[in-house]
Design a protein around this ligand. Structure first.
Ligand SMILES: Cc1cc2nc3c(=O)[nH]c(=O)nc-3n(C[C@H](O)[C@H](O)[C@H](O)COP(=O)(O)OP(=O)(O)OC[C@H]3O[C@@H](n4cnc5c(N)ncnc54)[C@H](O)[C@@H]3O)c2cc1C
Length: 458
């Protein structure tokens, strides 16, 4: 093939396909190269199937708890085959839709493993695709820790945990970050006995400390076990499952161990280093315009250090396509990217934590306020507990919103507008929030921070 394309993209996950779609809209000629399935981790092994599993768990919990709402129902158990059919059906429909989008965008889609063989050429099975611009988007893989081998049977990574045809009666989840707490939550709801082991002193350690406290309180109530500040030491496989020794010598036993200790960049054997692309610990380094050190080579998504989230990949893909198209898009601010953890209770945040704000602006220049969902009618109707925490600069804008409670993930959109538009508490307090919604809690929190609380208990 001798044609030169405007953009050659390596990797068809969230970052890669978003680049392709936006570039095609800008009338650029595009090649998208994918070795597995279009849609990548998010669609096939990440965001979508995990959220389906969590929703199935929510249905199970609601059935068990129906009596508390005056509804007679009997929980007869979980049919994993049925759960998997439901989950796979959603993934399948979205996959079909995405394939249609790429086809109708007239993107040249190439199936196969690509290697960067020159700064402007990706080779796939002997065919060379030359690009005026190259976009690296090869994503990430489930990491483990040295000496702990994932076998896919008793020691699982998240991709194995998503395709189980039988729910484990008991599970140890290694890692109390986003993926770990989501699986722990889903499995508990579906009926497993779960214990999380986390080396750091708290669950979801990247979140504001108050969020971790509330999550731990609720997990305790839900009967989800967790050991924090306890690094993993040793694994022994037994006839019935696994024995895990943690710091201090305590031994935990379960049917399976899920390793959820983070995701590493999928960059090995891709040719990046050989072509002079600057890397660090396997990640591709870029400037704020997502340009690598090699001219006209860009990188997007999980291979770029920072938040590993699908919507960051989408935004970076759109950004790079527009940069290539000469539109000079505004730089993406990492702290302005909303983050949701879909466990029960849900966690949603955007901007910086109270501790980060104090470090940035000084202790006496930061104000924070926790609005308890106890004052929010809709949260009461849902029988959920939690809060909205605002972090603002004194006489300045809101710089962080941190929320926890059932369904609070749906509130992150407004929170993102508030933080990214640098709104002052009084400005948000003026906006009217519909009653009774959980969204109202966001409005009430701002009313309280602006000094005019309505349904807030002292
Ligand atoms: C269990 C789990 C749950 C998650 N839940 C969420 C969530 O709820 N919300 C959220 O925002 N994010 C979530 N994520 C993270 C999200 O999936 C990733 O941030 C996102 O998929 C990153 O997109 P990407 O394009 O960088 O990489 P990927 O989606 O990993 O795509 C990279 C693609 O490149 C292909 N590839 C790699 N090397 C080559 C090669 N040499 N040649 C050709 N193709 C290649 C791969 O096959 C893959 O399809 C979750 C992740 C996991 C694992």
């Amino acid at each position: 093939m001798s044609d030169t394309f405007d953009v050659v993209i390596l990797g068809g996950g969230s970052g890669g396909y978003a680049t392709a779609l936006r570039a095609a809209q800008l009338n650029l000629s595009v090649v998208l190269i994918e070795k597995d399935k279009l849609g990548g981790t998010c669609l096939h092994r990440g965001c979508i199937p995990t959220k389906a599993l969590l929703h199935a768990g929510e249905v199970a919990d609601q059935t068990r708890e129906a009596e508390a709402f005056g509804i007679k129902a009997e929980f007869l158990g979980v049919d994993m085959k049925g759960v998997n059919t439901y989950k796979d059906d959603i993934v399948g429909k979205l996959y079909k839709g995405l394939q249609g989008l790429i086809k109708s965008a007239k993107v040249t889609y190439v199936e196969g493993t690509g290697t960067l063989v020159a700064p402007n050429v990706v080779e796939v099975a002997g065919t060379r695709y030359t690009g005026r611009n190259i976009v690296l988007a090869t994503g990430s893989y489930s990491k483990t820790i040295p000496g702990l081998e994932v076998d896919g049977v008793k020691v699982l990574a998240s991709e194995h945990a998503l395709v189980l045809d039988k729910l484990p009666a008991s599970a140890i989840v290694l890692g109390g970050g986003v993926i770990g707490v989501e699986f722990a939550s889903a499995w508990k709801s579906l009926g497993s006995d779960v214990t999380i082991v986390e080396a750091l002193p708290r669950l979801v350690a990247a979140e504001d400390a108050d969020i971790s406290k509330q999550l731990e309180r609720t997990f305790r109530k839900r009967g989800i076990g967790f050991k924090v500040g306890k690094p993993f030491e040793k694994l022994e496989k037994t006839d019935t499952g696994v024995k895990v020794t943690i710091a201090g010598g305590e031994v935990l036993e379960a049917e399976v161990l899920l390793v959820a200790v983070g995701r590493g960049p999928s960059t090995a054997n891709c040719g990046y280093e050989a072509q002079g692309v600057k890397m660090e610990r396997g990640f591709v380094l870029t400037d704020e315009r997502l340009r690598t050190n090699v001219p006209n080579v860009f990188a997007v998504g999980d291979i770029v250090p920072g938040l590993q989230l699908a919507h960051r990949g989408f935004a970076q893909g759109i950004f790079v396509a527009e940069e290539i198209g000469g539109l000079n898009p505004p730089v993406i601010v990492e702290s302005g990217i909303p983050r949701v953890t879909y466990c029960d209770p849900e966690i949603a945040s955007v901007g910086i934590t109270e501790a980060q704000a104090k470090e940035k602006y000084g202790d006496d220049k930061v104000k924070s306020l926790n609005y308890n969902l106890g004052g929010n009618g809709k949260s009461g109707i849902l029988k959920t507990q939690g809060f909205v925490k605002l972090v603002s600069v004194v006489d300045g804008p809101v710089v962080g919103v941190h929320m926890i409670g059932a369904r609070m993930g749906e509130q992150v959109g407004e929170a993102a507008l508030i933080v990214n538009w640098e709104a002052f508490p009084a400005e948000v307090a003026q906006l009217i929030h519909a009653h009774p919604t959980q969204n109202e809690a966001l409005g009430e929190a701002h009313l309280a921070l602006a000094g005019k609380p309505l349904h807030a208990h002292a």
